[in-house]
Design a protein around this ligand. Structure first.
Ligand SMILES: [Fe+2]
Length: 382
């Protein structure tokens, strides 16, 4: 697919024919705007240097050629004499014929899990391999990308160690709960269901935030009771189930914007987005579900009815325990998960249970995955 077989110019631009017979069209203006020579693109940062708005709308290439047995296309521009080269991979990705792995996609595809395709449970990552010389941090990121979460064992339970561990995953995000926050039923400064001993239905955090945290981290510091297992649900797996089994309901959840809010003394946060958010290619980008924090909204009765049906369908999948993964966190165990993909909850418990935790931005998680990919391309893992 990524070999150019033929190229033909016309008034509008170039028509490329790929080796498998597919055709792609690129306008002259777009080709000039995407010149990849250092004059047009900073080689290190890939920031654009071309002055798009100074280009002649009627610009037209003088000559084009296929080089390197179809792996490169060259175009010469008459005004400047500039010769632009484009890799076949780049053009195929821009034409939507190949994945743009380097810039947009992570190296390891998510392995969605639910009752129908259960998670393959793996041993927790040993803290020593993260804090020391080992490859533990890479393993954590790979599991976060593949399964949506990772468990780490053997973590010292003091706050300084927690801060050091969490800081390795990205800079710690400041929120109304602070940077590193403590979670215990003994604490009373936040009037939220999380600060109690009761069962917490699986949800995503910060439905009231325009930019919900990407990673959520927990470290169990103390626990002397029973119960309290963390519940994880793969929201992407359940959304994909809905897409194939109930496409109309899936569409409603992609379209209806649901508000969330958080109110306490001196705080009134509010944001809204659909429960299922897709990217430009129709792939899942984020699930958002927290019925505790849902704010009132009203639609025309028929549309409201459709929303309630769709929301209830998603909810029924979420609370189906066959779709759950439970993690009994004990002192010294940390859990990190993708808050845009997984829902989390907690079984009710007795005894004293003290956790600390923090959030990271999703964009920084994605950045870490891309830089990890870049390193693995230049230095293959042994
Ligand atoms: Fe939560």
């Amino acid at each position: 697919m990524t070999v150019i077989a033929a190229v033909e110019g016309n008034d509008e631009g170039l028509v490329l024919r790929w080796r498998d017979g597919a055709e792609s069209r690129f306008s002259w203006f777009w080709l000039r705007d995407h010149d990849q020579s250092p004059a047009s693109l900073d080689p290190a940062t890939l920031q654009r240097r071309v002055d798009t708005f100074a280009l002649d709308e009627a610009i037209r290439g003088a000559d084009s050629a296929i080089l390197e047995e179809g792996r490169t296309l060259a175009v010469t521009w008459p005004e400047s004499g500039l010769r632009s080269c484009y890799s076949a991979e780049f053009l195929a990705a821009m034409a939507g014929l190949a994945a743009d792995d380097w810039d947009t996609q992570a190296r390891i595809p998510p392995r969605l899990w639910s009752a129908g395709s259960p998670l393959q449970v793996v041993e927790p990552v040993a803290y020593g391999t993260i804090a020391g010389e080992g490859d533990g941090l890479r393993t954590c990121f790979e599991r976060l990308q593949r399964d949506g979460f990772v468990v780490i064992a053997g973590v010292p339970t003091d706050e300084a160690s927690a801060r050091d561990l969490f800081g390795r995953f990205g800079y710690i995000r400041e929120t109304i709960f602070g940077g590193i926050w403590s979670l215990s039923a003994e604490l009373t400064e936040h009037d939220d269901t999380a600060y109690s001993t009761q069962y917490l239905e699986p949800h995503t955090d910060a439905t009231y935030s325009h930019d919900a945290p990407g990673l959520q981290c927990f470290l169990c510091q103390e626990f002397d009771g029973t119960g309290g297992e963390s519940i994880l649900v793969d929201g992407f797996a359940l959304a994909e189930q809905m897409r194939s089994e109930e496409p109309e309901l899936f569409r409603v959840l992609c379209e209806v914007s649901v508000p969330g809010r958080y109110i306490e003394e001196g705080q009134h946060l509010r944001a809204e987005r659909p429960a299922i958010r897709l990217d430009g290619q129709g792939r899942l980008a984020q699930v958002t579900f927290n019925n505790y924090d849902r704010a009132p909204f009203h639609l025309e009765p028929e549309r409201m009815k459709a929303f309630y049906r769709a929301y209830a369908d998603f909810h029924a999948r979420i609370v189906n325990q066959e779709n759950w993964q439970t993690v009994p966190l004990r002192p010294g165990m940390a859990l990190i998960f993708d808050n845009w993909r997984l829902l989390h909850g907690r079984m009710g418990y007795s005894g004293k249970r003290v956790f600390c935790g923090c959030y990271h931005n999703h964009e920084d998680f994605e950045s870490a995955l891309r830089t990890l990919n870049a390193r693995s391309r230049t230095a293959p893992r042994q």
